[in-house]
Design a binder for this molecule. Structure first.
Ligand SMILES: *Cc1c(COP(=O)(O)O)cnc(C)c1O
Length: 515
């Protein structure tokens, strides 16, 4: 078959001797009709290495399968935090080949056993990610079939699947079906898409930039500040709002702030709330903020990258009331649905606002225009992209929604359990959290509290059995726990307590405190 195609090609080339001459000149100076085919056949022998035989594939699959089985079987016994510096020599690209065994060995020592183990249930720092296995099956299928999920014309099935996943999210969050959405690489790009739509809807450009105001919490995720700069709004006015005792936006103060800006002749333009802040997991009063946004004709954006999917949990659902009022919403399945890194999502009600920046046509895409479905490429800066939908579609259908919801409920209860255990051994706790991020500190009477807890954090990191991170709340150094890994279980919290108690003893020893 391939040979017939080659022969046809050659015939075509011979039609124009001139063409062949110019090709000769460009590629191989010594090319002639006799050696052309010999050369192609010789190259094919080398290039076919890129299509391994079924035997080779089976053997690769087996090695990777053994690796992943061993990784999953041992990950909870191993450290959650290794620290360390990888050997760039070993990771470097060098001429020649290595076999898969050697690659897996380098991967283990230089990648898996360095830094944080984000797949570990003991990862209780930052916002933990997931890594459910069935999502990897979706990635495998997506990579092998290489479906083109950028445009409906190329893969109507892939695009319809992604749009159906977004339709499901619209239902979950009470967004109208006519909203548009996109499956992004993560929350940062999702926020960028939402903020761009807000800018374009309100036409914040030229001299309007410096007169316009964005209202947000000082606890907002830093990717929002990045997005503001990336979309050319660096010179816009940003009002950092006052928070209440639970680190939530004080809606009354927001209304006052908008009034004040209006009387100054400014253009209040957008308010951004969080459905779960990174520092303390606080859910802003979404409904009150939504009403204020509506009254004042502001674009209302909600960042639910960490907390959004907790709406699925009956016990905290009420906190999300009003999220449906948002003009745009960001959620991260690679956080709240326990997927491996690489899947965020954005929903935007106003399609035209999104299309203003992202919808494009080009001559070479003339075959690809169809209105049957929204093209992902029209809602995102990306054209060609990883076919991300499958990594969510496969697990959602294989498991059904129930275990996801149970996992979210479990995380909420584990947070309560962890806090009660900490209280019992003498820690002081931050306020009752809305979701699963919380903080605590050891009340040292002998040593400056910040100094004591900084040292304790250092010793906890050195231990590494369970990984916690720290933050500053009103200048106070506190240790932070974020429970969101699907592998975090009651046993993980018990292990964390054993580790923490031992680390307190070591910290006391370090400061020569007798207890
Ligand atoms: C994680 C997070 C982000 C950023 O999302 P990425 O997926 O890391 O790009 C934005 N906002 C909040 C609240 C987050 O927790």
């Amino acid at each position: 078959m391939i040979f017939i195609i080659f022969n046809e090609l050659i015939k075509l080339l011979c039609i124009s001797e001139h063409l062949l001459k110019s090709i000769k000149y460009l590629w191989y100076p010594d090319l002639n009709m006799e050696n052309l085919i010999d050369k192609i056949v010789a190259l094919e022998k080398v290039s076919k290495e890129l299509e391994p035989s079924i035997e080779v594939r089976n053997s690769y699959n087996e090695e990777v399968q053994n690796f992943t089985n061993n990784f999953i079987a041992t990950t909870e016994e191993k450290k959650s935090y290794y620290g360390g510096t990888p050997d760039s020599e070993k990771l470097g690209v060098k001429p020649g080949k290595k076999d898969l065994k050697e690659l897996l060995s380098i991967y283990t020592s230089e990648v898996v056993e360095k830094g944080i183990n984000p797949a570990s249930g003991g990862h209780l720092g930052y916002i933990p990610g997931g890594g459910i296995y069935t999502s990897a099956l979706g990635d495998m299928l997506a990579s092998v079939t290489n479906e083109y999920a950028g445009m409906y014309f190329g893969s109507p099935g892939a695009v319809t699947m992604e749009n159906e996943l977004l339709n499901w999210m619209k239902e979950v969050f009470g967004f109208p079906k006519e909203s548009v959405g996109n499956l992004t690489s993560g929350g940062s790009i999702a926020n960028l898409i939402a903020l761009t739509a807000a800018r374009d809807k309100h036409q914040i450009k030229n001299e309007k930039i410096t007169k316009s105001v964005i209202y947000l919490s000082p606890q907002i995720h830093h990717c929002i500040h990045k997005a503001i700069r990336i979309i050319g709004l660096e010179d816009i006015q940003v009002r950092l709002l006052e928070l209440d005792d639970l680190s939530r936006i004080d809606a009354g103060k927001l209304a006052l702030s908008i009034e004040k800006d209006k009387t100054k002749g400014l253009n209040p333009f957008m308010v951004i709330a969080s459905a779960g802040t990174t520092d303390t997991g606080a859910v802003d009063p979404l409904k009150q903020i939504g009403e204020i946004a509506q009254t004042n004709d502001l674009w209302y954006h909600v960042d639910g990258a960490y907390g959004g999917f907790f709406i699925l949990s009956e016990s905290v659902k009420h906190l999300f009331s009003g999220i449906e009022m948002a003009d745009s919403l960001v959620i991260d399945p690679h956080k709240g649905l326990f997927l491996p890194y690489g899947l965020g999502a954005v929903l935007v009600k106003d399609k035209e606002a999104v299309f203003h920046s992202h919808h494009y046509t080009a001559n070479y895409m003339q075959d690809a225009t169809t209105n049957a479905q929204i093209n992902p490429a029209d809602v995102s800066p990306e054209l060609t992209k990883h076919y991300r939908g499958l990594r969510l579609w496969v697990p959602l259908h294989l498991h059904g929604l129930e275990p996801f919801v149970a996992c979210l409920d479990e995380k909420l209860l584990l947070t309560t359990y962890f806090r009660s255990q900490l209280l019992e051994v003498g820690f002081e706790l931050g306020p009752e959290p809305d979701l699963t991020v919380s903080y605590f500190w050891y009340p040292s009477r002998e040593i400056d509290e910040n100094k004591y807890n900084e040292k304790l954090m250092e010793i906890i990191h050195k231990d590494g059995r369970v990984f916690l991170s720290s933050t500053k709340i009103d200048g106070k150094f506190v240790i932070r726990m974020a429970i969101l890994s699907f592998r975090t279980k009651k046993a993980t919290i018990d292990k964390a307590m054993v580790m923490i108690e031992k680390c307190v003893i070591q910290t006391n020893e370090y400061f020569n405190i007798d207890k």
